[in-house]
Design a protein around this ligand. Sequence first.
Ligand code: ZN
Length: 367
Amino acid sequence: MTFLIVLPLLAVGFGRVFTDAARAAGVPADRLRGAPVLWGLVVAIALFASVLVHELAHSLYALRKGGRVRDITLIMIGGVSQISELPRPGRVEAVMALVGPLTSLALGGAFYLLHRALAATGQFELTFTAFHLFYLNVALGLFNLLPAFPMDGGRVLRGLLEERWGALRATRVSADAGKVFALLFAIVGFVTVNILLMVIAFFVYVGAEAENRSVLVKALLGKLRVRDLPIQRTEPAEASTSVYELGERMIRERRVAYPVEEEGAVAGIVTLEDVKKVPREERHRLQVRDVVRRVEPVDAADEAARAVRALMTSNVAVVPVVEQGHLVAVLSQLDLARGLQLKELEATQHPSPPPPIAPWTSAEQRV
Ligand SMILES: [Zn+2]
């Protein structure tokens, strides 16, 4: 959706600097047929096509190395490939990050040659398009080579540092570099009133922080399963129970969340807030199925990292837990935090060398 927002913005923005853009391409602006804003649209689409090719390069390399690519999303400031991967050495990670920018630079080089060849022919439209594909791809390649998360250069840096320092420290250093660059972008963007640069600064900062945190959490979680976390075991609530009855059960059992079952199947989660939201006089009439929140369950045998993702995407911060097909418990963000604290305590009581971390076992982002 941000693509649809940014497309007309880019088109209009580019249309305004059209004369300069034509001069840069070595083409007289008045010889180009079509309105400047249409050319803006062409360049905007060319930019996104370039980003897509860049992402495809990452994905194809990942596939060749045995990874799995779930999807590629084009967002406002670039592309994101969701790649689920097997653990692999830092060197492979570095190469995989490098193929994107290298592809962009190679494409840029090819379009440069094409531009030179076309310049003499008087094919103004093609010359203009080739020039802009040249500089967009070169810009894309160079920007992504910055040695800072979440740019590809940051991944290269981390891949190289990982063998010496381990995934945690290597990630922290690359993420800190990303934040420094984000700050620089923000300052330059502010001083030169460049809103796009400020937007990029924001995304870079957030991306660097998210990467850092996800590696940290994964390292702490290690091989932990959902059943190893302090989940709250309980009988599920029936969807046909009245809201009032459930409220009584909450008071009696001193609980604030229940998994909900409907005809033997998982229906979701119901919390104290859901009961409170129903006016008192309505609580006898309404049933739990009227207020249940449809939340996908996690399995007790799942890796705890999966529960983290489920909790992050659930808007209630509580997920139902199933074990051998039966609803047995709920897991909240608080339980997860307690699980991590217990894990830390365990590490201080029973010190042992940390197991090797497989940092890329789950979906990751590349820009
Ligand atoms: Zn990339």
